[in-house]
Design a binder for this molecule. Structure first.
Ligand code: CA
Length: 221
């Protein structure tokens, strides 16, 4: 899942980003309001984390502009502790949740998963398709026969993407976009390698190839 992290504090941004990557996100960092505005409108993010105090403007203005331009991904704002006005203004500007600094990364991740769940209309923290259940808290795959497999960050992201829309064909480019951030430029063959690994877990026929189009998660097998 692509995530946009808007935070001008370089150390905080890098630390957070590596923890978010471990939790299954692929993260782009924007350090300024200007960068955030552009990235939010042009990339396909599943969620955003937005610091309000940015060197070239207020995060709330970025958020208002996104919402005015129909940028719909759920956004969690980072506020100063005790600043209730920021929270209220943030929610009014279109934020989906807030967290006061300093915070525990675990809480941030749990809240991000919750707002993404809501934006997808899900109630549970698992994605269930046919015989398969993906647990986003524990980053593992459970199969009806009782087996359970823990997944690497990339395996989880790829499966999460495919299982999020069973029967839908994803092109390699679309899958690459959800798997990697703007700074990474892996070869497209890597998708094939990961698909092979996932097929060993779910069975070859469960992830089908549509020649020239892409891959789909088959919920009817
Ligand atoms: Ca700041």
């Amino acid at each position: 899942m692509r995530l946009l992290l808007v935070e001008d504090d370089q150390l905080l941004a890098e630390g957070l980003s590596s923890q978010l990557e471990k939790a299954g996100f692929s993260v782009d960092i924007a350090h300024t309001a200007k960068e955030a505005g552009v990235l939010g409108e042009q990339e396909d993010y599943k969620a955003g984390v937005l610091d309000l105090g940015l060197p070239d403007g207020n995060g709330l203005d970025v958020l208002r502009r996104w919402r005015a331009n129909k940028v719909a991904f759920p956004v969690l704002i980072l506020t100063a502790r005790g600043d209730w006005q920021d929270k209220v203004n943030g929610l009014k500007a279109g934020a989906d949740d807030y967290l006061a600094k300093p915070f525990q990364t675990e809480e941030l991740i749990a809240r991000l998963n919750a707002i993404m769940r809501r934006s997808e209309g899900r109630v549970h923290s698992t994605v269930k398709v046919g015989r398969f259940e993906l647990d986003e808290n524990r980053q593992c795959l459970q199969i009806e026969d009782g087996t359970e497999h823990s997944l690497t960050g990339t395996e989880f992201r790829l499966l999460r993407c495919l299982m999020g829309r069973p029967g839908h064909i994803f092109s390699k480019e679309q899958l690459m976009e959800q798997l990697y951030n703007l700074n990474e430029s892996p070869n497209e063959n890597i998708i094939e390698a990961y698909i092979r690994r996932l097929r060993k877990l779910v069975g070859a026929e469960t992830i089908a190839t549509r020649r020239g189009q892409g891959y789909l998660f088959n919920d009817t097998v």
